[in-house]
Design a protein around this ligand. Structure first.
Ligand SMILES: Cc1cc2nc3c(=O)[nH]c(=O)nc-3n(C[C@H](O)[C@H](O)[C@H](O)COP(=O)(O)OP(=O)(O)OC[C@H]3O[C@@H](n4cnc5c(N)ncnc54)[C@H](O)[C@@H]3O)c2cc1C
Length: 391
């Protein structure tokens, strides 16, 4: 398909999963794109998350909007992303009577959200995952998977580069350029060359994850993004081949994701002011060990390889519900609504839903310029992440 022809340019702030997907979509719709990222690609939340390619199972009872987004995007990423995913599937496992009571609700949720699923007996589950708690009562299989976050971002960005995008890692936005009520570009610090300069564009997209609020403040705008961290504990050795989730209402320490040769227990949820300096609460770490071992008792006898945390950029206000109660869905803000033209923020969501977040964002951007260019990212197979370094 030929690239639509117009002369508009865009700057994307942040090369996490959201900014990378936005850059890809913008180039397909004919924009001249520059991506600025203060660190390495995927050095924010995306590079340190749990890496679950969500089937939607975790949200299908309480947050069906997110669950539907997840399963739709899971199925699309399988088609368009050739080498950043491990499609290993996941089990929701019932260990207690309370888990068994939750099972009918979970099955109804899967049906309502169109999540493919299959009930397994305890024996079938143990055959697939011999390290499961032998007390397991039943399990449900779903199409969970695992992504490699750096590769996922690089796949989007390699494809964007092949359509002319300029990607500038280690380039930090220090300020927004404003003319009248309009954002006309960014003032940046190139951290490698130690130089400061301006980059101009017709539109600036704030995809700075949990730092989105700080970027918006540069234009005097308040966006309701709440940095909501979670703790993860990476254990020595890979003890499960599939993602293992607890078959119950989402709670702390209820998932173990296999990533390469480790099993990673997660996670928790609380709110912080500053996404750069997050203290890891000791009691959260203890809870990860305890809850993880309820599903995979072998985790009691292996040592941790690493304990880490990172903040979700969730939509909400600090006074609102606790972290786990905030929805995992996403929102795009056109700041023309607050009187600032040429500036859009995208936040919330998940790495799994990054393509859909980009589609919504670029629809908003196109509308601002009166462009009617359909999104084609659902069917555009991405280049390999390897191409990023050769283009
Ligand atoms: C504990 C935890 C576990 C999670 N697990 C999963 C999971 O298993 N599966 C899933 O799909 N999602 C998961 N998520 C959600 C997912 O990680 C986030 O929704 C997603 O990574 C957000 O991506 P982003 O691109 O919006 O933000 P980020 O990845 O944070 O990207 C924003 C980028 O902006 C850059 N930036 C900030 N300020 C500036 C500046 N001034 N100038 C230039 N660049 C700047 C940052 O360096 C950063 O790289 C998890 C989140 C958490 C917290």
């Amino acid at each position: 398909m030929s690239t639509p022809s117009h002369n508009y340019s865009a700057i994307v702030i942040g090369a996490g999963s959201t900014g990378s997907a936005v850059a890809h979509d913008l180039t397909l719709r004919g924009f001249a794109v520059t991506v600025v990222e203060r660190g390495e690609i995927a050095s924010g939340t995306t590079g340190r998350n749990h890496c679950l390619l969500h089937s939607g199972g975790r949200y299908c009872v309480k947050d069906q909007e997110s669950a539907i987004e997840c399963i739709e995007e899971n199925m699309i990423l399988r088609k368009i992303m050739p080498d950043a995913l491990e499609l290993n599937g996941g089990l929701f496992v019932a260990i207690t009577d309370s888990d068994m009571d939750y099972k009918p609700l979970f099955l109804e949720g899967c049906e309502a959200c169109n999540i493919p699923h299959k009930e397994l007996t305890a024996d079938e589950a143990l055959k697939l995952e011999p390290n499961l708690n032998p007390e397991v009562k039943a399990a449900v299989w779903v199409p969970d998977g695992v992504f490699e976050p750096m590769r996922l971002c690089l796949s989007f960005l390699a494809t964007a580069k092949s359509h002319g995008a300029v990607v500038r890692p280690f380039t930090e936005v220090k300020g927004l350029l404003m003319e009248g009520g309009r954002v006309t570009g960014v003032h940046v610090w190139d951290r490698i060359e130690n130089k400061e300069f301006d980059i101009h564009a017709d539109v600036v997209i704030n995809a700075a994850g949990p730092w989105a609020e700080a970027i918006a403040e540069m234009a005097g705008i308040d966006v309701p993004v709440v940095p909501t961290p979670g703790v993860m504990v990476s254990m020595t050795g890979r003890h499960n081949q599939r993602v293992i989730n607890r078959l119950n209402k989402s709670s702390d320490g209820d998932i173990v994701v296999p990533q390469r040769e480790t099993s990673i227990i997660g996670t928790s949820s609380w709110k912080v002011e500053d996404a750069d300096y997050i203290e890891i609460p000791e009691d959260h770490v203890r809870l990860m060990y305890e809850r993880g071992a309820e599903m995979l008792p072998v985790l009691k006898s292996v040592s941790p390889r690493g304990i880490f945390t990172v903040a979700r950029p969730l939509i909400g206000s600090r006074g609102e519900a606790e972290g786990r109660e905030l929805s995992r869905t996403f929102k795009c803000f056109d700041h023309a609504d607050e009187g600032v033209e040429g500036f859009v923020t995208i936040s919330g969501g998940k790495t799994t839903t990054s393509r859909a977040m980009a589609e919504t964002t670029v629809d908003v951007v196109c509308k601002k310029f009166g462009l009617e260019i359909p999104c084609t990212t659902r069917d555009t197979v991405l280049l390999s992440y390897r191409a990023f370094y050769t283009l």
